[in-house]
Design a protein. Structure first.
Length: 460
């Protein structure tokens, strides 16, 4: 059979947050065959041109495209290759989304412990940015459930890597932002699903400064713990919110049947469809109203609710699409930071002080407990992982610069993949192993064949 692929020589790429625009090539294999990659290498890249792999295209930090760079689409590589019932290892092609994996595993009573909450994200993307789930403190990052992987690099061929074999390549690839090559497949450690149901508990939080201790306690005792906070309130009410706790439960309910229903494999939200209307709909008065309604409904609804596991692990699709589209064409900023517990009070008070003096609608303020040691360019460490969303506007740009200063002053760690304009100076300060990562990457890929707008911005 003759292999074919689609090539668009001039494609306008945009990061999911709307902050980065670039023009490059898009090569899309028509089938999940390795010969497609070989043809692209031979007929398009000629072994020397810069290239990068793209999964779902949901990166905020332009890690899957760049000016003059060929993006190789991975969406055809979605096959479930093998499942070992004795070890629980599942081998999957890297273009498979979390929805593909969830649907397969739910039928055999298993699941992935660590996964982000959007089913359209691909396995390759999860590995490349070493994502985390809803209980990082207990479960770690995504790489902790990656047993091994297969990687294609034009100067090395197909390379197998794990903690036991080619460990240096394995470590460089997990959290390597796609810069070590084209991830073909991976073996994942799955676990038996304790129950198809989870009980959700909402605990009101009046004082946000108590969150570090509350989050750690909840994360250690439960299956996931995430907090939500109102940053549009002022005075004593600033940061009030609730802690959402999830626990697996055993119960005989009709929800068991609902939990078996498959997730859709097509999720229309991407960097282009996200643009929504021309004008951003978020404003501080609107945001205050939404937060009062949303926060009130959750803060005063303390009765536990039973829900199918898939509905707890993954956000409601329609609500998520609406949320992001309301930012309009200008887009949004996202900042995700690990805040050491001892700096949490100063971090919150500094943000409150800035927002008291500036009008900006913070549309999301959420926290999780984190644990681990930072290495290479992986987002990991001890403290509270705090996520902020707000519109891309003059005030939003100023706030991002203010957060840069807080990172340097308080020793915070920013998640590189969430911020499309994060300066190199901030990254090198926050990631003490930056030079180690860069040196190892350049030794591995001496010709720097894999590049992106992100790697160019960070001098990798």
């Amino acid at each position: 059979m003759i292999s074919t692929f689609v090539l668009d020589s001039q494609v306008d790429f945009v990061s999911f947050d709307g902050g980065v625009l670039a023009r490059g090539q898009l090569a899309k294999p028509s089938q999940s065959a390795l010969r497609e990659l070989s043809d692209i290498e031979e007929k398009v890249l000629s072994g020397k041109k810069a290239r990068i792999t793209r999964g779902a295209g949901l990166s905020c930090a332009a890690s899957n495209f760049g000016d003059g760079i060929t993006t190789v689409d991975n969406s055809r590589f979605t096959e479930i290759l093998e499942f070992d019932s004795e070890s629980g290892l599942l081998e999957v092609q890297a273009g498979s989304t979390l929805a593909h994996i969830h649907n397969y595993l739910s039928e055999i009573g298993r699941y992935l412990v660590v996964q982000p909450d959007y089913p359209a994200i691909t396995l390759g993307g999860c590995i490349a940015v070493d994502v985390h789930g809803k209980n990082q403190l207990k479960d770690g990052n995504f790489r902790h459930q990656v047993h091994s992987l297969k990687l294609f690099h034009p100067s090395r061929g197909i390379v197998s890597a794990s903690r036991a074999i080619n460990n240096d390549i394995f470590e460089l690839t997990c959290g390597g932002y796609g810069l070590t090559g084209h991830i073909i497949s991976a073996k994942l450690q799955t676990k038996a699903l304790p129950s198809p149901l989870m009980a959700l508990y909402r605990v009101p939080v009046d004082d946000i400064l108590t969150m570090p201790e509350l989050l750690v306690t909840a994360a250690e005792e439960c299956d996931y713990a995430v907090s939500w906070h109102d940053f549009s309130a002022r005075g004593a009410a600033f940061g009030r919110g609730f802690l959402l706790i999830g626990k697996f439960v055993s119960a005989q309910y009709d929800l068991r049947k609902a939990s078996k229903s498959a997730l859709p494999l097509y999720w229309p939200l991407d960097s282009h469809s996200r643009k929504g209307v021309d004008l951003a709909l978020y404003s501080l008065p609107f945001n205050r109203l939404v937060n009062v309604l949303y926060g009130g409904c959750n803060r005063f609804n303390t009765e536990p609710a039973l829900s199918a596991v898939k509905d707890c692990l993954f956000s409601d699709r329609k609500k998520r699409e609406l949320y992001y589209k309301m930012f309009g064409r200008a887009g949004f900023h996202e900042s995700e930071l690990i805040v050491p517990a001892e700096q949490f009070s100063l971090f919150i008070k500094s943000i409150e002080n800035w927002l008291d003096k500036n009008e900006l609608a913070v549309t999301l303020a959420s926290a999780k407990a984190f644990r681990g040691s930072q290495s290479l360019l992986r987002f990991e460490g001890e403290g509270v992982c705090f996520t902020l969303n707000f519109p891309r506007c003059a005030a939003g740009n100023s706030f991002m610069q203010y957060l840069d200063a807080l990172i340097l002053e308080l020793g915070l760690t920013p998640y590189i993949v969430r911020d499309s304009r994060l300066p190199l100076s901030v990254v090198t300060h926050a990631y003490p192993h930056y030079d180690d990562f860069k040196g190892r990457l350049r030794q591995y890929d001496r010709e720097r064949l894999y590049r992106s707008q992100l790697s160019n911005r960070l001098g990798l």
